[in-house]
Design a protein around this ligand. Structure first.
Ligand SMILES: [Zn+2]
Length: 346
């Protein structure tokens, strides 16, 4: 536990030998071969033979993506969460029903799928993350916020521990300065368009973001130390209280992910502590609370259009304005108010 637990995640053990969630050795605790995308989700949306479009899984079918985890994680710690979410999203209004699942659980659930995909596809070998030296209470040095950051969140959840984020220079007052280590946004989806599918999943290991949509429930989560929530969530305000068309949700995902590409490199670093009274990992962002690390000088309209185009399935030229200095949006009108998505008349 504690610092040893954090170190163990950073070591990225062989997932054929130990549980990628709790880290316990299969030779001691046994293992279950599980679908990374839960069976109930595949069944509900008929995903079995559909192919995933993730960069590392081109041509792989959903049903073929499986990984071994230990029975305790499978049946208890994550299994209970799986059953809860499966039940709540089964009928009626999934968005409303999901209100009873707190953000931490949603982040851990979506994060589990994303983390297992990362481990399975080997993108978790993070060349930028130097091995931590032998620690006592604090892990020395700062490491890049690679996918291991998500691994630490999942490990903490698996071990019934907490994880918080704070900023460099914050006073040691947990109740004011420790917050969620992610930026999680829920959206109500208008699922009534027969021309769209009821399910979607998108992820991006570079920005450490994942999004899932099932029925009227859509969620986007960045495992970013809460940076986006703190500095960039203002542009999402016109969307709150409105139902997004699936195409609009795709644009939101693309834009949230793109935001992370303009981050100051300094903000990509993190230092881990173990807080004994809280029984929690504290991940300290390397930048200060007063410093906005989203750098406008890193923003490039063309790069943004190219990036978002992949998520919305549009041509880059159609997304760029005539002057080429901004990108068109289907989210808000010229006055910045939410715009209802125009339906195609069939
Ligand atoms: Zn486990």
């Amino acid at each position: 536990m504690s610092v040893a637990m954090i170190e163990d995640v950073l070591r990225l053990r062989d997932i054929t030998k130990s549980c990628p969630l709790c880290g316990r050795h299969f030779s001691r605790v046994g293992k279950d071969l599980e679908h990374v995308f839960p069976r109930w989700l595949q069944k509900r949306h008929n995903l079995w033979t559909r192919k995933l479009t993730l960069p590392n899984f081109v041509g792989r079918k959903y049903k073929s993506i499986r990984v071994s985890i230990c029975p305790r994680c499978n049946n208890q710690r994550f299994g209970e969460l799986e059953r809860l979410i499966s039940g709540l999203t089964a009928n009626g209004d999934a968005f409303d029903a999901m209100a009873e699942v707190d953000d931490h659980q949603v982040a851990a659930w979506l994060g589990k799928i994303f983390w297992l995909l990362c481990r399975k596809s080997h993108v978790s070998v993070d060349p930028k993350a130097p091995r931590a030296r032998k620690p006592t209470r604090v892990l020395d040095g700062e490491i890049m916020r690679g996918v291991t950051y998500l691994g630490v969140i999942e490990r903490a959840h698996a071990m019934s521990r907490g994880m918080y984020a704070c900023f460099r220079g914050d006073p040691p007052i947990p109740e004011y300065f420790y917050s969620e280590p992610y930026s999680l946004y829920r959206f109500r989806i208008d699922a009534s368009d027969p021309n769209t599918e009821a399910f979607d999943f998108k992820d991006n290991p570079i920005v450490l973001g994942a999004a899932i949509r099932t029925g009227s429930f859509g969620v986007v989560c960045l495992y970013d130390g809460g940076l986006h929530r703190f500095f960039r969530s203002h542009w999402l305000m016109p969307l709150w209280g409105n139902a997004l068309h699936p195409h609009q949700f795709n644009e939101v995902v693309g834009r949230i992910f793109y935001d992370q590409l303009v981050l100051d490199d300094a903000a990509q670093q993190v230092q881990y502590f173990w807080n004994r009274p809280l029984k929690a990992v504290v991940a300290m962002n390397a930048t200060q609370r007063s410093y906005n690390p989203y750098l406008q000088e890193n923003h490039d309209p063309l790069a943004c259009a190219e990036f978002v185009a992949r998520y919305v399935g549009a041509k880059v030229a159609d997304l760029l304005t005539e002057e080429g200095n901004d990108i068109r949006t289907a989210l808000v009108d010229d006055a910045g108010k939410f715009r209802t998505y125009p339906r195609q008349v069939v």
